[in-house]
Design a protein around this ligand. Structure first.
Ligand code: AMP
Length: 297
């Protein structure tokens, strides 16, 4: 194990890798004294072009970019999903080197959740934001996300942090957390990176079988179809249409399809001026749960 790690660390030519909170903090303190701006990209690893787009954007806008890789147990409400979450640190390091990421923080579970803190989750009221859509089907998920992102923010103390619109509800919740905790961090949204056939890139796509992978673009196809009907059909008519199309497709089990306001995430019953509607979806394809969304414009 120790040898394997040394080998991985040797792979990194320019990337500085830290596993301990104290060592990354000491390093970043020196950078901060030199007035270097820090961009931060938190991830769970199994990196793909979607993650790299965030890092590339962060590179353009900051002196230093920190990426973290930590598969956070407190945000998984399904043990199998956590156990099967793809992990490939060697490939991740190669990816990070290829985009000139400066720092990788890759702590273990004990470092992020010491014994005495194990049960301590962030106590913050997100109102309705964490109760609907993902929150409804993955109870406790967002408190787990907010807990780990808050811990990471306190360690890295970035000027800017980058989040993908792929996890749109998460982005809104992190914005709310920063606002409530008055953290001086700018949250930068990044648009969704897709495969050529429209499937939103995701670490979980690696778990799809060949047949499932072929079927997967159906989700984006339906989102595009839903967008085409905006604003001719009402939100509920579009919802019925999408639900019907899913019920006719044996490959998928639809969890939810919601059209919500993109700032408040409140479900829309009719179109009104000044709204920026977004359609969000979650569906199971075999054993893999996929999410996606589209802004309706
Ligand atoms: P994860 O490793 O899944 O926790 O994702 C880390 C960050 O990358 C989150 O802010 C995600 O929203 C973002 N991300 C993941 N997939 C994509 C994608 N296809 N396009 C843009 N951002 C993404």
């Amino acid at each position: 194990m120790f040898r394997a790690k040394i080998y991985l660390w040797l792979l990194a030519e320019n990337l500085k890798i830290f596993e301990e909170i104290k060592s990354i903090r000491d390093f970043l303190k020196v950078c901060s004294a030199k007035k270097k701006s820090v961009g931060f990209v938190p991830t769970m690893g199994a990196l793909h072009e979607g993650h790299l787009a965030l890092i590339k954007k962060a590179k353009k806008e900051n002196d230093l970019v920190v990426c973290s890789i930590f598969v956070n147990p407190t945000q998984f409400n399904n043990k199998e999903d956590l156990a099967k979450y793809p992990r490939d640190l060697k490939k991740d390091i190669e990816f990070l080197e290829s985009v000139n990421c400066d720092i990788l923080f890759v702590p273990n579970e004990k470092e992020m959740y010491p014994e005495d803190e194990k049960e301590k989750l962030l106590k913050l009221d997100f109102g309705n934001l964490d109760k609907i859509m993902e929150g409804k089907f993955r109870p406790g998920h967002f408190i787990g996300v907010a807990t780990i992102v808050n811990k990471l923010f306190r360690i890295v103390e970035p000027d800017k942090a980058y989040f993908g619109e792929k996890d749109y509800q998460q982005l809104i919740i992190i914005k709310k957390m920063v606002e409530k905790l008055k953290q001086p961090i700018q949250i930068i949204p990044c648009s969704i990176k897709r495969e050529k056939d429209g499937l939103a890139m995701s670490s979980r796509n690696a778990r799809l079988t060949k047949e499932e992978r072929k079927a997967a673009p159906f989700i984006y196809m339906l989102l595009k179809e839903a967008e085409k009907f905006y604003p001719v059909l009402s939100p509920s008519k579009i919802k019925n249409l999408v639900e019907k199309r899913f019920s006719e497709n044996k490959n998928f089990i639809l969890e939810y399809f919601e059209i919500v306001d993109s700032s408040t995430l409140i479900s829309l019953n009719k179109w009104e001026k000044m709204q920026n509607p977004i359609a969000c979806i979650a569906a199971h394809l075999g054993k893999v749960r996929l999410i996606d969304n589209i802004k309706m414009q």
